[in-house]
Design a protein around this ligand. Structure first.
Ligand code: HEC
Length: 127
């Protein structure tokens, strides 16, 4: 009986781990395009096109604060981050909490689904 419960618990833990992994990887780029409307006022996906914020062209895998000709905040320059699933998730949840002093005037995307979708969109469009 105890072994059965242990087995069951193990199966559950594995399933949950798999599911959360899938949720991270499984954003919907088409929906992310709509979420990106919130970013568009300040960000372009075209290389070299800086608006209020820097161009997000090639953002995935890029070191933070490295778009040429864009004047970043000190906080962003000092962040030492590389933009990947994890850092984008955190930054986009609450930019000013993750990088105090960032000049990105954006409250954040509260819903994990929206963050997953917009990151999927960035992966598709901004590579
Ligand atoms: C009101 C304007 C504004 C909005 C809206 C906005 N951003 Fe930003 N974003 C900025 C600014 C300004 C910076 C530069 C921050 C700094 O230097 O501290 C920035 C920086 C970034 C960076 C870091 C870029 C780099 O080169 O290191 C990422 C990634 C980013 N924004 C993603 C997004 C996404 C995704 C959205 C939409 C969900 C969004 N931003 C919405 C203004 C904005």
């Amino acid at each position: 009986m105890i072994r059965k419960i242990a087995k069951l618990a193990f199966a559950l833990v594995t399933a949950t781990a798999l599911m959360s992994g899938a949720a991270l990887a499984g954003g919907d780029a088409a929906k992310g395009k709509k979420v990106f409307n919130k970013c568009k006022a300040c960000h372009s996906l075209k290389a070299g096109k800086n608006k209020i914020g820097p161009s997000l062209n090639g953002i995935i895998g890029r070191a933070a604060a490295t778009v040429e000709g864009y004047k970043y905040s000190k906080a962003m320059k000092a962040s030492g981050l590389t933009w990947d699933d994890e850092t984008l998730q955190k930054y986009l949840t609450k930019p000013k909490k993750f990088i105090p002093g960032t000049k990105m005037a954006f409250a954040g995307l509260k819903k994990e689904k929206q963050r997953n979708d917009v990151i999927a969109y960035l992966k598709e469009k901004a590579m």
